[in-house]
Structure formats: structure tokens, C-alpha cells
Ligand binder design. Structure first.
Ligand code: IPD
Ligand code: CA
Ligand code: CA
Length: 284
């Protein structure tokens, strides 16, 4: 049972909305809903659309003057000082295949600054929340990033964009960083990956080409849990950056240094050739 955290202003009503959307998603998940293509391998389902419609209706009713940007096309743009970023179902590919890693992600900005965030995983009943300068919590308990201080002993996560995959170099980063750490996971929900950094399950995460609705909530939750988020050269993160590099803060410089080396093509371990492997005697 989640405890109420009484010093929050936005988190309690946002949590109710995220839980309601999560409850809407679960029956669709259990019945293995059919999907459509938005493009390339970008999937969408009726569950994404119904979850977004529900969330937008709740936001409009409670905060009628606020602007909203939802992934599935929901837009209210009136020039308000408040702006919401709504991912009604982060992890649609997992959802459509019956793999239980997905969530609802809601964030609100005030004058462009991150204000409050909730990420709800209905499969585990895990609610991650944060509000600016008020800390980050998982199911009512304070959370903190890990204390791991060496990249070599870190567990990291990444994701691969569903758009223009053939133009994306992330497989090289995946390869190099896998060889230099305890491993790199690719679970398929960027918002949950970020929350896993916030609560110390992962020590870091990176991804190319994410959108504001993927990152806005998770980034605030990491910052409030004591972690750090920048773009790939270490410059400040912005929701429109499309480059996300998040860590516990302690290994941040080490991971940035790896990125710098990989972008320069230095010290790259060559990808082993499958043709060589398949030759007689090619197996180690
Ligand atoms: C996707 C997930 C995935 C990430 C993709 C996103 P969606 O969001 O966060 O982990 O790798 O880049 O597009 O489409 O399931 O909301
Ligand atoms: Ca998403
Ligand atoms: Ca989505």
C-alpha cells in the first residue's frame, strides 16, 4: 500500500491519474491487444490512445489552463507557464508482445523548469514520484541512486530508437560499453530505465533520439534521487536534446569519457565477424 507523502503538491493527483491509466492498460495487456504501425517499427495500440485520452481528460478537468504534449497527438498549446509531457504507455512494443515491462509517464514543467513527475508500472504496482527539491520516492519510500564508483563494476541500460534504426550508431556503443562494464540491459521502456537508475537498480543509462514524453518524468526522478543527467558531451540536459546520458553522478565522468573515445573512434574493440565464427575452427 503506497503511503501518502504530504509535502507534495502535484504528486498526489498525478499519482491518481497514473494509477487510473495503469488500471486501464492492464486488461488490454492481458488479452494481447493487436497493434498498428505508426512508422518503421513504431507500434501503437488502442490502449495507448485510450490511456492518453483518459489522462488528457483528467488534466483538463483539474488544470484547465495548462498546456499538454501527449505522444499520441494530444496537444493543448495556449502559451501557459505550465506544460505537461504525457507518455500514456511507454514500452508499447513490450506491451504488444506480452513482455511485462511498460509504464505510464507524466511530467509537468513550470516556465521550462522540471516541477513534478510520476512513473507508474502497473505490472509490479510500482509508483516512482518526485517533485522539485522535495526528493524522489518509490511507493512512498525515499529512493537514492547507487553508490557504485567504477564504470567497470556498473550495470547500465540503453535502448534503440524505433525510428531510422539503420542510421543509428548505438550498436557500437552497446558493444564497447558491454565490454567495459558488468553489462548493458535493453528492457524497452526508457521511462522505467531512468527510474531504475534513480533507485539504484542500474548505475547508468543512455539513449539516442528520445522524445520529451519519454524522458521528462524520469530525468526529474533521477535528479531528485541524487543522480545526474546530461547530453553526450556533458552539457546540460534539455527535454528537446534527443541525447540522454544519466548516471548515479559518481560514474558520470567515466561514462562521458567512454563516449568521447567512441565518438572519436579510439580504442574500439572490433565487432567479431560472424563469417569468421562460422568457418571451421572459428569457434572459441
Ligand atoms: C519507446 C521506449 C523504448 C525506447 C524507444 C521509445 P514507446 O517508447 O521508451 O525503450 O527505446 O526509443 O520510443 O514508443 O514505447 O512509448
Ligand atoms: Ca515512450
Ligand atoms: Ca508511448
Amino acid at each position: 500500500m503506497t503511503k501518502r507523502i504530504d509535502h507534495f503538491e502535484f504528486v498526489p493527483p498525478m499519482s491518481d491519474i497514473a494509477r487510473e491509466a495503469g488500471a486501464l492498460l492492464m486488461p488490454y495487456f492481458e488479452q494481447r491487444i493487436k497493434f498498428e504501425y505508426k512508422g518503421d517499427v513504431d507500434l501503437v495500440t488502442e490502449a495507448d490512445r485510450r490511456s492518453e485520452a483518459l489522462i488528457l481528460e483528467r488534466i483538463r478537468t483539474r488544470w484547465p489552463g495548462h498546456d499538454v504534449i501527449g505522444e499520441e497527438g494530444g496537444r493543448i498549446e495556449s502559451g501557459s507557464e505550465y506544460r505537461w509531457y504525457v507518455d500514456p504507455l511507454d514500452g508499447t512494443t513490450n506491451f504488444a508482445h506480452g513482455f511485462p515491462v511498460f509504464c505510464v509517464s507524466l511530467a509537468i514543467e513550470h516556465r521550462g523548469g522540471r516541477l513534478a513527475a510520476v512513473v507508474y508500472d502497473p505490472t509490479r504496482d510500482e509508483l516512482f514520484v518526485a517533485e522539485k527539491q522535495k526528493g524522489a520516492y518509490l511507493n512512498g519510500e525515499p529512493i537514492h541512486v547507487s553508490a557504485v564508483n567504477s564504470l567497470a563494476e556498473s550495470l547500465l541500460a540503453t535502448g534503440f530508437p524505433s525510428h531510422k534504426r539503420h542510421k543509428n550508431p548505438n550498436i557500437y556503443f552497446y558493444h564497447q560499453i558491454t565490454l567495459r562494464t558488468h553489462g548493458v540491459r535493453r528492457a524497452g521502456s526508457a521511462a522505467l530505465d531512468l527510474c531504475c537508475v534513480a533507485c539504484g537498480r542500474f548505475d547508468g543509462f543512455w539513449e539516442f533520439n528520445l522524445n520529451p514524453w519519454d524522458t521528462a518524468a524520469g530525468v526529474l526522478i533521477i535528479e531528485e534521487a541524487g543522480g545526474q543527467v546530461t547530453v553526450f558531451d556533458g552539457s546540460p540536459f534539455d527535454v528537446r536534446s534527443q541525447e540522454t546520458l544519466a548516471t548515479n553522478g559518481i560514474i558520470h565522468r567515466q561514462l562521458l569519457a567512454e563516449f568521447d573515445q567512441i565518438f572519436r573512434g579510439r580504442g574500439l574493440e572490433p565487432l567479431p565477424s560472424p563469417v569468421e565464427y562460422a568457418k571451421p575452427g572459428g569457434k572459441l
